[in-house]
Ligand binder design. Structure first.
Ligand code: SAM
Length: 213
């Protein structure tokens, strides 16, 4: 499996753009950003689905927001971040890489920012913040998602702990993994969405909003 991953990572290298240079910064400063093959999968979904408005929960240094915006110049990304250092770094990056007109950052806890982002509806929502809160983010923000829109949730297999919680030693991580397991089951059984889970990198869930509300 690891051979396959290295092979594909190498094969995908020609798609590297200037934003990819931030991966080294993220690794050096231990900022978790979306894995490389997962990113390419999401960008491919963006090319297929052609979202014009994307909502992202969890900006970090702005890497994924800029990667999404880089797919087409008519894409607009609204991204929410609560950590002040991350907000500053993201804003620097949006300036440096020329994405200030395509991306707006909302500063604060995503559970409290609904009134700042409900000025529009969204074609895609990317949930990539505190993993124990994914269900809360989903419930709060999906009323703003158009029918036929996508919800993409990252880290649904969380370091392999979701499929084998017995290896988790600390209470905090165990609580968090339990929440991820609950979220995955709830999402899979949600009749308003059709969800597909991918065993790629740290696990990705792709949910499509149906007519049923
Ligand atoms: N999406 C980014 C990327 O791939 O480039 C990575 C985001 S990182 C995995 C998660 C970020 O979510 C962190 O910067 C963290 O501060 C932020 N975060 C966590 N919980 C949050 C919350 N409740 N509201 C806003 N931001 C949150």
């Amino acid at each position: 499996m690891e051979n396959n991953e290295s092979y594909l990572l190498n094969l995908h290298k020609h798609t590297d753009n200037d934003i990819e240079s931030l991966r080294a910064y993220a690794e050096m400063h231990q900022v978790p950003i979306v894995d490389r093959l997962t990113l390419d999968m999401i960008k491919q979904l963006i090319r297929l689905h052609k979202p014009l408005n994307i909502l992202e929960i969890g900006t970090a240094i702005g890497y994924s927001a800029m990667q999404f915006a880089s797919v087409a110049s008519d894409i607009h990304v609204t991204t929410i971040e609560r950590n002040i250092e991350m907000q500053q770094k993201a804003q620097e990056n949006f300036n440096q890489f020329g994405y200030t007109s395509q991306i707006r950052m909302i500063q604060g806890d995503a559970l409290e920012q609904f009134s700042k982002v409900n000025d529009r509806t969204y074609d895609m929502i990317f949930i990539d913040a505190a993993k124990a809160q994914s269900k809360k983010f989903f419930e709060l923000y999906t009323p703003l998602l158009k029918v036929g829109g996508l919800v993409i949730t990252d880290n649904v297999l969380y370091h392999g702990f979701v499929s084998d919680i017995s290896v988790v030693r600390t209470r905090n991580v165990r609580q968090m993994v339990k929440k991820v397991i609950e979220y995955n089951e709830w999402l899979m059984n949600n009749p308003a969405y059709t969800t597909n889970f991918l065993n790629m990198d740290d696990g990705l869930a792709i949910s499509i909003k149906g007519e049923l509300q």
